[in-house]
Design a protein around this ligand. Sequence first.
Ligand code: NDP
Length: 309
Amino acid sequence: MSILLVSRGRDVSPWIDAIQSERPDLEVRVYPDTAPKEDITFAISWNHPLGVFKEFPNLKCIASMGAGVDHILKDPELPENVVITRVTDEHLTNDMATFTTAVVLNYMRGLSAYKAAENESHWQPKPYLRQRDFTVGVMGMGVLGAEAAMQLKKLGFSVQGWAKSHKNIEAIPVYAGADELDYFLATSHVLICLLPLTPETANILNKTTFEKLPEGAYVINVARGEHLVEEDLLEMLDKGQLAGASLDVFRTEPLPKEHPFWEHPKIDVTPHIASVTNPASAAKQILQNYDRLTMGEPLINIVSRTKGY
Ligand code: NDP
């Protein structure tokens, strides 16, 4: 009985500890190793070397270490019949909601500007916004987006969402599809991106999108770096169409030292920490799926390979 961990650039030792403390009977293998590849039916993965999964002829399931699965689905050599699952976890969901709330509050009270003033010992009170002054629009009303929207709503913000399909969430209008995107954008002063990365959503944070927002809008990207066209953001900030941006995810991570986002006075950068998977709690649900697979039962948290999320 063994499970394979496959990851590039992520320390897998917390995952080994979490799996072994739950299931001491399971052998945890880390790719690459020399043990027989035929033994592996279940892999847990983050950012795997592309093409590796075709080496495992009996692989049935790949579990993402996080909520996103773009890092798995982008592999052109992914074996066809393998089921992909992801993590949905109350910690992950709440952490994302507290992060996005913190960024919206920071924007509302202009706190980042005070940090810059403090560095120059400059005492300058500024006017600030209140909840009723603006509407927050959340792109992607799935597990993370819906909770982020609901936590903001509870704090008295006007909140709306945009998804592929309509939703029935109390006091939060949710617009759907391309037809309703323009209205959603035109009425969102703060735009939070919590979409999965798919061919349809890649580059969605672009000049055309930004121009449809109210002048002086604020953009928060906590989804994936590939959602954002970086040069379009810089242009819209320079023109004043956007007042600022808070970015947690980037096309290249870590964000290279020479990248213009670091020094930009209107951009706040965080190092992909909006919501970090806790291996101890994620391993429990991933192991449930391992057991289900072994017993021939239906898996949970399955991703649609056609939809891409
Ligand atoms: P879900 O799959 O639960 O939700 C996705 C949402 O996006 C759904 O509401 C879906 O609509 C909507 N959507 C998908 N495609 C489109 C489209 N083409 N047009 C409009 N709406 C669309 O994802 P999660 O909420 O769990 O996670 C979202 C993303 O957050 C992850 O994929 C990951 O990339 C990112 N993430 C970032 C983290 C960080 O630390 N920065 C941590 C964890 C995740 P519908 O409901 O109608 O299907």
